[in-house]
Design a protein around this ligand. Sequence first.
Ligand code: PLP
Length: 382
Amino acid sequence: MKIPLSRPDITQLEIDAVCDVLRSPNLSLGPKLSEFEKAFCDRIGTKRAIAVNSGTSALFLCLKAMGIGPGDEVITTPFTFVASATSIMMTGARPVFADIDPDTLNLDVNAVRAWVNTRTKAILPVEVFGNPAGMDSLAEFAREHHLWVIEDSCEALGSEHNGRKSGTFGNMGVFAFYPNKQMTTGEGGMIVTDCEDWADLCVSLRNQGRSTEAAWLSHKRLGYNYRLSDINCALGLAQLSRLDDFIAKRTQVAAWYQERLKQETRLIVPRTQENSLMSWFVFVVQLEKTYSLTDRDTLLKHLNKQGIQVSNYFPPLHLQPFIKDQYGHQEGDFPVTESVSQRTVALPFYNNLSESEVAQVCDKLTQTLDQLPRLSKAKALA
Ligand SMILES: *Cc1c(COP(=O)(O)O)cnc(C)c1O
């Protein structure tokens, strides 16, 4: 038996869409790019959407468009995928971490307050695991302090909070389409914004600093090649047309997990936050507070060995060796993040995970929890 952590949902619709582009003369900068961007605008409700080759590129371009660079600080969460912080580092600015709310696992607005100073230019909050909770208070805080907000919605396509869509809380929002996300383009990302000037800058920056009106080999500014090909865009269009179905399937899978694990007192099981419409990215449980990092890692190893693919989303970013060294972080700097990070277990989670597979995962998980005292002790002695 093997149950993967994630699996894309590709049908004949996607295969045909990609093949149509391959039969056309426009493999890049063709009609599928603007079609994909237009469909995305319609879905999110922003004036502009700019497709790029990854979520990381998208975050980086937002920061560049805002003019953020050396000497500036951007406040973000240490409990996220590495790109939230490295995109800031790539501009020459400094990622300043603030701790998370133990309930939502998102940036805690009260923790953010302590890190604002004259160098602070922006906040880069993340809707971790798809949870949009707290984005409204962070955006309001940023407005009061005259800071920009780049909303990292890479894990939250389709989520809503108090009737507002993820990606629209900040000045710019970012989505990503790696194969484990809610929808995929193979690789890809999308910037959304209502600001025409920033959008135009992003269009230029993704295409070697070209301006739309000038000749092909005329470059107005230092730019990058962050274009998304029409092959990827066609895949994205097909996936976007099925997004509501994807979200419904994922909601069902999450509900099966919640139902089967609701009596399991050794686990903290994620629930949908109040006033939120949650588009589930992953299903991450936490071992209860008495468990240690060794227990968690033993559990991961044991489940992976049995074909249930699980993972440790996310180790704290401030303790990633190159970040720790560069900014002089230490263990204990962000206690909530560190405590949560030691106890998380991301379970297999994707559109077509069946109810019986969810049952198998939960059975194996429970059995492993039963055996954990013995397994951890064996590991400690080894
Ligand atoms: C996936 C993801 C990204 C972007 O990832 P890419 O692989 O560059 O597309 C950024 N931030 C978060 C929180 C993510 O989960």
